[in-house]
Write a protein that binds this ligand. Structure first.
Ligand code: FAD
Length: 509
């Protein structure tokens, strides 16, 4: 009998636990810790070499009320005000938002923020981001790798077990319940049986051409996502059992991003120590901005998107061969993706370049925190900053056709002094298409009935919730992960397992 058949007897090769979590990003790690805290045995399946996911690639901003840092800054704030302000970010999409889940997010994030701090995470802030009425954005220090580092440690200490390089393939159903997951590890198919529930925490589908084609169209399918492992596996597995994806058409992207430096940014290489994190948060709060700026600007020039204001004020996007890419600013990335070249350069003549050498116009920015100008790019990112006296010189430096670049610039190409920034490539940062869930994070079928035993958290369990502005995606990952893990642990049991009974023989990473 096929070992993944629901009726197949449990084999020595099977993993068994009360709760099986698929994915070890922010949501999955939070789910594992809370399921253990509720007394359940837990296996976490992670298809990457290590926990992290998009959570560990993120900028690390988390938006929250009622924090220690808000109080220290003299800010009196509360979840209801946060919930009201979230609606102000939605604009015309407000009618599509799942305001019940937004309520869960706003009410639960204060306790979850304190929970993260108790596990060693350190934040700077709060920073302002209108239309939030108060400063609410907190940034993890020293970088977002700290989330995976501290939460994996906490999960292992609590007794959760991890199978790494273990890719969930499909869900097992038994007697009308989701009873486990078939996964692939070392080229073999294996089974993780779940007595109480499965928590899908497998992220978004920014790197699934198939999902993007289905929900957003052919052009989007050609644009890669920042996270190569974000392939919508959870959405696909659950849809196969009757679940529904909401807001598949919404995403952050395509947007333009500079090629990352070979060795990764300086900030990302910092070790995720609480002491260093607290020191950096203190420095940000206390030291004069002019002392701090050089460090923050490094981060901004490495991790953030170029401002579309450049194109409004005269910069030109050309493809890697030098041909002009023309579209309204917000659609330039999509237009670049449609061409053959796939990447391109931002070209500025002398007059335009002058505007971006200092305030008020920046090449990229973390709003309200710091701004990076052209000279910062020349210093910090010399490999993506090209300068030449003539169009031909610039084309040669960037490997473009001089004739194509000359044609793209037209009369502006007759002057002297040109700058190119690049390569830039179009990417999706995150997609919003998650499974329909109820406020208990149970996955719903087309008739809005829960699929017994199946929970979803983070991006795969976004349930039609809009997370606009900064810092709401991470907030949702941690809040929904904790709740889904706890709810799965406390669900009426099925068959195998039993509290504290995790056993199995997977390569425990
Ligand atoms: C560059 C970037 C910057 C961002 N900055 C911010 C920010 O500052 N603030 C903010 O709020 N949001 C930000 N986001 C969005 C945010 O990071 C994500 O929405 C959030 O981390 C999602 O968490 P998650 O746990 O749902 O998914 P993830 O963190 O992606 O975790 C999913 C995990 O599941 C694993 N997985 C996937 N499929 C399988 C499978 N079949 N079997 C086993 N494992 C599987 C993946 O490998 C991954 O480890 C950013 C995203 C990016 C890419």
């Amino acid at each position: 009998m096929d070992p993944s058949h629901p009726r197949a007897p449990a084999s020595q090769e099977d993993l068994q636990a009360d709760v099986v979590v698929v994915g070890a990003g922010g949501a999955g790690l939070a789910a594992a810790i809370e399921a253990r805290a509720a007394g359940a045995s837990v296996w976490v399946l992670e298809k990457g070499d290590a926990p992290g996911g998009s959570t560990a690639l993120s900028v690390g901003s988390l938006t929250c009320t009622g924090t220690r840092l808000q109080r220290a800054a003299g800010i009196e704030d509360e979840p209801l005000a946060h919930w009201e302000d979230m609606a102000a970010f939605d604009g015309p999409l407000l009618e599509r938002d799942n305001r019940a889940l937004a309520r869960v997010l706003c009410e639960e994030i204060p306790a979850t923020f304190a929970w993260l701090e108790a596990r060693g995470l350190r934040f700077a802030g709060p920073f302002a981001e209108p239309p939030h009425r108060h400063a609410r954005m907190h940034n993890v220090m020293p970088n977002s790798r700290a989330f995976a580092y501290h939460l994996e440690r906490a999960a292992r200490r609590a007794g959760a077990r991890f199978a790494l390089r273990a890719r969930a393939l499909r869900l097992l159903q038994r007697d009308g319940r989701i009873a486990g997951v078939v996964f692939e590890q070392d080229g073999r198919e294996r089974v993780a049986r779940a007595a109480r529930g499965v928590v899908l925490a497998s992220g978004d589908f920014t790197n699934s051409p198939e999902c993007k084609r289905r929900f957003m169209g052919e052009a989007a399918a050609r644009v890669p996502g920042v996270n190569p492992l974000a392939t919508g596996d959870g959405q696909r597995m659950a849809e196969g059992l009757g679940a529904v994806v909401l807001h598949g058409d919404l995403a952050l992207g395509p947007e333009l991003r500079f090629a990352p430096p070979g060795a990764g940014s300086w900030v990302r290489r910092l070790p995720p120590s609480p002491l260093l994190g607290a020191g950096m948060a203190w420095a940000l709060r206390t030291l004069p901005a002019s002392w701090i700026r050089p460090f923050i600007v490094r981060f901004i020039a490495t991790a953030l998107a170029p401002s579309l204001e450049m194109f409004e004020l005269g910069a030109l996007l050309v493809d890697a061969r030098g041909h002009a890419v023309t579209a309204p600013g917000a659609q330039l990335a999509a237009a670049l993706a449609e061409g053959e070249a796939g990447s391109g350069f931002i070209v500025l003549d002398q007059a335009t370049a002058k505007l971006f050498r200092g305030p008020p116009h920046a090449v990229s920015t973390a709003p309200g925190i710091a701004y990076a100008y052209l000279d910062d790019y020349a210093r910090i990112r010399p490999r993506i900053h090209f300068e030449a006296d003539s169009v031909a010189g610039l084309a040669a430096a960037c490997g473009m056709s001089a004739a194509a670049l000359q044609a793209a610039l037209g009369t502006r190409g007759q002057g002297r002094g040109f700058i190119a920034l690049g390569p830039v490539r179009p990417v999706f940062v995150h997609s919003e298409g998650g499974l329909a869930v109820d406020p208990e994070h149970r996955v719903l079928d087309r008739q809005a009935r829960p699929l017994p035993g199946l929970y979803a958290a983070g991006s795969v369990g976004q349930g039609g919730l809009l997370l606009k502005g900064h810092g709401h995606h991470l907030a949702w990952a941690f809040v929904s992960g904790r709740r889904a893990g706890r709810n799965a642990a406390l669900a009426a049991g099925g068959t195998a397992g039993g509290a504290g009974s995790a056993r199995g023989h997977a390569a425990d990473g």
